[in-house]
Ligand binder design. Structure first.
Ligand SMILES: [Zn+2]
Length: 137
C-alpha cells in the first residue's frame, strides 16, 4: 500500500501494517489490492488479514532505468516476495548491495519513503530489507 505524507501523518505507522485479503468462501489468501473479488472463486467476502512481514525472495529484477517517480533511487531491486503466509507481493528490496540479493533470500517488510509525487509530496510504502538474524531493520 502506498500513502502520501499527509495520510502517513494522519494514520501513523500502526495503520500501515502489511496485510493481505482472505477469502471467506474458499480461504485463499491474496494480495491486498484484491479487495472485492476472490481471484480463485469469485466470492466477494474478503477480509483483511495482517501478515507477519517476513518472506522469501522468489523472483527479482534490478532496475537501472526507473520511471520518473523513482529517479535517483537506481539501481534498485524489485522483487516478488513469497510471504510466509503464502501470498506473493511485488516490492522493492532496499538497503542491500546488489550482489547480496539472490533467489531464496529471506526478507522482511519495513516502511520507507517510496517516492516523490509530482508536486513534491512524499509517499510511503512497504519495502523489504534482508532478514539477517540478529540485525535490526
Ligand atoms: Zn475464494
Amino acid at each position: 500500500m502506498t500513502v502520501s505524507a499527509i495520510e502517513f501523518s494522519r494514520l501513523g505507522p500502526p495503520k500501515l501494517r502489511l496485510y493481505a485479503m482472505r477469502c471467506g468462501s474458499c480461504n485463499t489468501l491474496q494480495p491486498w489490492w484484491e479487495k472485492f473479488h476472490c481471484y480463485a472463486c469469485g466470492a466477494e467476502r474478503l477480509t483483511e488479514e495482517e501478515l507477519a512481514g517476513t518472506g522469501e525472495l522468489t523472483n527479482y529484477t534490478v532496475v537501472y532505468y526507473p520511471p520518473r517517480d523513482f529517479l535517483g533511487q537506481e539501481p534498485y531491486v524489485v522483487g516478488h516476495i513469497t510471504m510466509d503466509e503464502g501470498v506473493v507481493l511485488p516490492a522493492p528490496v532496499v538497503d542491500t548491495a546488489l550482489e547480496d540479493v539472490q533467489l531464496g533470500t529471506r526478507v522482511k517488510a519495513t516502511l520507507r519513503r517510496m517516492k516523490l509525487g509530482h508536486e513534491g509530496d512524499v509517499y510511503y510504502s512497504q519495502k523489504f530489507v534482508l532478514d539477517t538474524p540478529g540485525a535490526e531493520a
